[in-house]
Design a protein around this ligand. Structure first.
Ligand SMILES: Cc1cc2nc3c(=O)[nH]c(=O)nc-3n(C[C@H](O)[C@H](O)[C@H](O)COP(=O)(O)OP(=O)(O)OC[C@H]3O[C@@H](n4cnc5c(N)ncnc54)[C@H](O)[C@@H]3O)c2cc1C
Length: 423
């Protein structure tokens, strides 16, 4: 195909979607390539700034933290980042007076090298993280478009992109980071394999009287996992945690429909007694849960990133971490191509991106799906089997790595940004 795109178009990348993965990619590309690459980030929700992320918090694994530090925004984000120093996993029924601990691991499991003392993850509040990313991306020269992308047509060495406001852009590569229901993925006719879970994820911020001491809990209950994830101190009672509470979708209206006091009483039944008095500081917000994987992570001059490529159960808190890993690989592949004078949207670049990410993503998705199926029920033989199994888990480094977010890769095979190195 002839090179009919403009020279500026061939040195441009457009990203659809300013979620954390899209923002991180925009920043990484703009910082690494300066004037050699024009980076445009389009999202109709950009007008709300970082506010649309309010009330959400993510467990960011060590690789993501190293990348954010390398991009220069960890210092700002870390003011709202609580290190997770220990993880405690239990399996019990709702009415059980105590929740027996089956698996516990501490920060020493994260380290394979000099970072052995580092926490294996941080709970990072999404609003300050997004605000830090937005400010840094602006400083690095990213152009923002407060519009959605409605259409992209690859032709002549570029892809022509129509924005909802009527403007047209040209780019060597369009990155669809437009979420699990990606319209751009559908328009490119990239298939999707997936299913909905008969569960909802309820997210809330809980204030409590006693310190969490950096400990995260995951109680496997018959309706689904109930995770208590430590946040930086603050709030009405001095200490706070975020909960990600999975329940059967059919039970959610009864659990949350009766007003804040009834909801708090349901939370107290699951929370355990370790934290003293509880208050509901924010939420709960309810999120439908699904598993899904794009049949391909690429189209012609198109890369899928974040939930547009993969949606997984939040049982191990790894969805965003997968998106950050994707951003690290894509930023590296595009930057390396540009430095060699090659086309940053070529099939070779996209193939490399897909090869590096699809297997890890599939492995993580399969493990989270399997864990959820095994634990979210109250069938006696399965309870016994998994109790034995979970005891063994203590000796299974692979499953621990799932929780700490370095599922398959050894440090050496990670992309440069996840190792904390410059592009
Ligand atoms: C209950 C729950 C708890 C979770 N907890 C964790 C956790 O602890 N750790 C973790 O790693 N992950 C977690 N996740 C997963 C994480 O939330 C997602 O993986 C992550 O938010 C996906 O980000 P994204 O930017 O890909 O998609 P989204 O956040 O959905 O963002 C997509 C963006 O694209 C924009 N957009 C849509 N269409 C267009 C268009 N046509 N043009 C331009 N822009 C467009 C939207 O406005 C939006 O801003 C959790 C998920 C759930 C449901």
């Amino acid at each position: 195909m002839g090179e009919t795109g403009t020279r500026a178009g061939r040195r441009s990348i457009v990203i659809a979607g300013a979620g954390i993965p899209g923002l991180t990619l925009a920043l990484a590309l703009a910082q690494a390539n300066g004037a050699a690459l024009s980076v445009t980030l389009c999202d109709p929700s950009l007008g709300t700034g970082a506010a649309r992320h309010a009330g959400r918090a993510y467990a960011v694994a060590a690789g993501g933290r190293r990348m954010l530090a390398r991009l220069g925004i960890w210092e700002a984000a870390s003011r709202a980042a609580q290190p997770i120093r220990e993880m405690v996993v239990s399996d019990s029924r709702l009415a059980d007076p105590i929740r027996p601990v089956f698996l516990t691991f501490a920060q020493d499991h994260a380290g394979q090298d000099a970072e052995a003392d580092a926490p294996f993850a941080h709970m990072v509040e999404a609003e300050p993280l997004a605000a830090a990313l937005l400010a840094a991306a602006e400083r690095a020269g990213v152009t923002f478009e407060n519009h959605g992308i409605v259409e992209a047509t690859p032709a002549g060495g570029v892809t022509r992109i129509a924005l909802s406001g009527g403007r047209m852009l040209e780019a060597a590569l369009l990155v669809a980071a437009d979420g699990g229901r990606s319209r751009l993925r559908e328009a490119a006719k990239i298939g999707w394999v997936g299913w909905s879970y008969p569960q909802m994820g309820l997210v809330a911020t809980i204030g409590h009287a006693r310190d969490h001491e950096g400990r995260a809990y995951e109680h496997f209950l018959p309706g689904g996992p109930f995770a208590i994830l430590p946040l930086v101190n603050g709030g009405a009672l001095g200490h706070r945690s975020s909960i990600v509470w999975t329940e059967r979708a059919a039970d959610v209206p009864a659990l949350t429909g009766g007003g804040p006091e009834e909801t708090l009483a349901e939370i107290e039944r699951r929370f355990g007694l370790n934290f003293g008095r509880l208050v509901l500081e924010r939420g709960p917000s309810a999120h439908p849960l699904a598993f899904g994987l794009a049949r391909s992570f690429r189209g012609e001059r198109l890369a899928l990133l974040g939930d547009a490529a993969h949606v997984i159960h939040p049982i191990a808190g790894q969805g965003l971490n997968l998106g950050l890993a994707g951003a690290a690989v894509l930023a590296e592949a595009v930057t390396d191509a540009l430095r060699l004078g090659l086309d940053p949207g070529s099939r070779d670049v996209l193939r490399h991106y897909e090869r590096e990410r699809r297997f890890d993503t599939l492995a993580m998705g399969a493990m989270t799906d399997g864990l959820n199926r095994l634990f979210s029920n109250d069938v006696l033989p399965l309870r016994l089997a998994r109790d034995l199994g979970l005891g063994l888990v203590d000796r299974l480094p692979a499953l621990k790595r799932l929780f700490i977010g370095e599922a398959a890769a050894s440090r050496g095979s990670l992309p440069r940004l996840l190792r904390g190195e410059a592009l």
